[in-house]
Design a protein around this ligand. Structure first.
Ligand code: AMP
Length: 200
């Protein structure tokens, strides 16, 4: 790497596996993969070949990027794994997969998805609230998909289950290309987040 090159980062991406969702979601996933690869970032994701997951990996690989998939054995046995990844790691179970995807990542990016995506996103947010995970969590709000998510958290803050400061745990962008800018200029999250995790 020459001295002017930006450091490569490991970006954990959560997104849907659905093949039936509108093509605009697949396009956003593919573009995110391309953009991350063009910026020389490594994509870490669940290793799937279909839906937004597959589109993400295809985009990154087509742009010459590194893509690491992490998948439990049972999915591999069902042949759900993407065949052309830079690396496909097999793990015992879903918990281990989630743990390995997040651990050591320099940021999380979440695209629209279903229950699996929500679970992954909520775990990352919970760990950030507790000061265990301190990196940026970026939501790509394609088609305003996450509007109900924002309402849910406003309700939690309004009813005092969360602090207004917890809004800073995530950053919202409209387009995949904007993710790169957030990675360059992230909103800092304090290492003492644990001190204001409880609401009193
Ligand atoms: P969802 O957002 O509900 O589509 O879930 C995405 C997550 O579901 C992934 O991270 C996986 O845990 C899991 N998943 C469901 N179907 C697949 C599939 N065909 N290939 C890979 N992962 C899948």
């Amino acid at each position: 790497m020459n001295s002017s090159a930006k450091p490569s980062r490991r970006i954990c991406v959560y997104c849907g596996s659905s093949e039936a969702a509108d093509h605009s979601y697949l396009r956003a996933a593919r573009r995110l993969g391309e953009a991350l690869a063009e910026a020389a970032h490594t994509v870490v994701y669940g290793g799937g070949a279909v839906g937004s997951m597959g589109a993400l990996a295809d985009g990154a690989l087509a742009a010459g990027g590194q893509v690491i998939g992490i998948m439990p054995h049972f999915m591999a046995e069902l042949e759900w794994g993407h065949a052309c990844l830079s690396e496909l790691q097999y793990v015992e179970d879903m918990r281990t997969r989630k743990h390995l995807m997040l651990t050591g990542s320099d940021a999380v990016v979440t695209l629209p998805g279903g229950s699996g995506t929500y679970e992954e996103l909520f775990e990352a947010l919970t760990l950030k609230r507790l000061g265990i995970y301190l990196q940026p969590i970026i939501l790509v709000n394609t088609n305003d998909y996450f509007s109900a998510f924002f309402e849910l958290f406003e309700k939690s803050i309004g009813e005092r289950f969360m602090n207004p400061r917890h809004r800073d745990m995530w950053t919202v962008v409209a387009e995949p290309d904007e993710v790169l800018d957030v990675l360059e200029h992230p909103t800092a999250w304090p290492a003492d987040a644990r001190d204001f995790a409880p609401v009193s």
